[in-house]
Design a binder for this molecule. Structure first.
Ligand SMILES: Nc1nc2c(ncn2[C@@H]2O[C@H](COP(=O)(O)OP(=O)(O)OP(=O)(O)O)[C@@H](O)[C@H]2O)c(=O)[nH]1
Ligand SMILES: [K+]
Ligand SMILES: [Mg+2]
Length: 435
């Protein structure tokens, strides 16, 4: 249920700042605006003196009024843009919450009202949260596309196809003697269901790319002690993030820095040097390094070209780049490396970053593709395709129709719009049964 209260909150960030935006939503909004700022024209910005309850001036600021339902929440919404001090924001909030029926908003409550009023579906709500949290260009583009409805459109179109398919099958079962019902439509229906299974399962595979965009592309630096791992790590981080000494076994824990590479989030992980005879702490570090390497997106296997030490097998499937280090003292001519670098004089670091950037971009996939953005979506999509597979394999038309219903229900759950009326609408609109 939507609470009848009007809600108010500081919608902009940490204060002090240039401006603070105070947003209010609900039936009291117009009264609050008119009392504090005087009457304003809908959807126009107006500069006004803003009055406290005692008539004194709180601040001068911009006022915007959006009448519902054509607003973000679907209710009357207003914004006050005031000077961004803690004192001004506090006095505004205090003044507004003094109105009867107006209270501070709960976290996410504006968006919740937008969802409950049908302004956004569940996937769009999630995408909006992603957009607010986006740090990289790829995250921004991905979230924006879904906030604009790309994912929702896809799921809705699959769901419509299934509702249609089920209506066809049900019609065959229930009204087979009616002349307006096309006979033997089921072949077309089942071949479309087979196509849709392929589409859904391909889409689910795209979750890996979505995870790269959302959570980042991970690169683990591995190699023997003193191979120059931490020196490279620091060079990429552009700061002394890891301790570097000439002592083998300096790094023990996993260390991580996050970078933005051509608009993609990339995590670089430094690890303990791999060797057999090591102390207790170092052995644990080496175990962690190996475990990390087992589940990463790219391994950089470093080797000191001046003093190569074999480390044995390190990759269990993750792509691997062989990187020769310390080219400043090893000189040219060393072979068998994908890339040669010197963290000391910077040789090869640009090429290495290019290579990582290209691999990250390839893993994040084609920017125009619609991808599932949550594990929740993937789980429901897998359930849906499971029901569709069962429907294809089934014998009884009744049970097969039920599997179609379950699959459509799962798609409806993703967008948060399960509605039984749909089915009847489709049946009666397509076949003139009531004639
Ligand atoms: N000449 C030269 N020396 C380097 C270079 N990179 C690292 N070193 C030196 O090699 C030694 C080991 O460097 P680290 O970066 O600590 O090596 P590591 O692989 O992290 O070592 P562990 O953490 O002990 O496994 C230090 O003395 C560095 O100064 C390089 O590009 N050129
Ligand atoms: K070292
Ligand atoms: Mg190190």
């Amino acid at each position: 249920m939507i609470s009848r209260d009007s809600i108010v909150a500081l919608s902009s960030g940490r204060l002090p700042a240039g401006l603070a935006v105070i947003r209010i939503s609900g039936s009291k909004t117009r009264f609050v605006v008119e009392t504090i700022a005087g009457a304003v024209k809908d959807r126009f910005t107006t500069l006004r003196r803003l009055r406290a309850a005692d008539g004194s001036t709180i601040d001068h600021g911009l006022v915007l009024f959006f009448p519902g339902p054509g607003s973000f929440t679907g209710e009357d919404v207003a914004e006050f843009h005031v000077h961004g001090s803690r004192a001004v924001a506090a006095r505004m909030l205090e003044t507004i919450t003094r109105f009867e029926g107006v209270r501070h908003a709960e976290p996410g409550e504006f968006t919740r009202r937008a969802f409950l009023n049908g302004k956004l579906d569940l996937v769009e709500t999630e995408a909006l949260a992603d957009l607010v949290n986006a740090e990289t260009e790829a995250q921004r583009r991905f979230a924006l596309r879904n906030a604009e409805g790309a994912q929702s459109k896809l799921y809705s179109s699959w769901r419509r196809r299934l509702i249609h398919a089920r209506a066809m099958i049900e019609a065959e079962i229930d009204f087979a003697d009616e002349e307006d019902v096309p006979g033997s439509v089921s072949d077309a229906v089942w071949s479309d269901v087979a196509v849709m299974i392929g589409e859904i399962e391909r889409h689910v595979e795209g979750f890996k790319a979505a995870e790269i965009i959302r959570d980042g592309f991970e690169v683990v630096i591995l190699g023997a002690p003193n191979a120059g791992k931490s020196s490279l790590f620091n060079a990429l981080a552009k700061r002394e993030a890891a301790i570097v000494t000439d002592e083998p076994g300096t790094t023990r824990d996993l260390l991580e820095v996050v970078m933005d590479l051509n608009g993609l989030k990339v995590q670089i992980v430094d690890t303990a040097g791999l060797r057999e005879a090591a102390g207790k702490v170092e052995s644990i570090g080496i175990e962690r390094a190996r475990a990390k390497a087992g589940e990463t997106d790219l391994i950089l296997l470093l080797e000191d070209m001046a003093d190569p030490v074999p480390v044995g097998e390190v990759s269990r499937g993750a792509p691997l780049l062989r990187v020769g280090t310390k080219s400043d003292i090893a000189g040219a001519g060393a072979g068998g490396y994908d890339l040669v670098i010197s963290s000391r004089d910077g040789t090869g670091l640009g090429a290495l970053l290019d290579e990582i950037g290209q691999r990250a971009a390839a893993a994040a996939g084609d920017a125009s593709e619609v991808l599932p953005s949550r594990l929740r979506h993937v789980e429901l999509l897998k359930e849906a395709s499971g029901f569709l597979r069962a429907a294809l394999a089934g014998h009884s038309q009744e049970l097969r129709a039920e599997e179609l219903r379950l699959a459509a229900d799962r798609l409806g759950r993703i967008i948060g719009a399960v509605d039984v009326e749909d089915l009847l609408d489709v049946i009666f609109s397509q076949f003139c049964i009531g004639k």
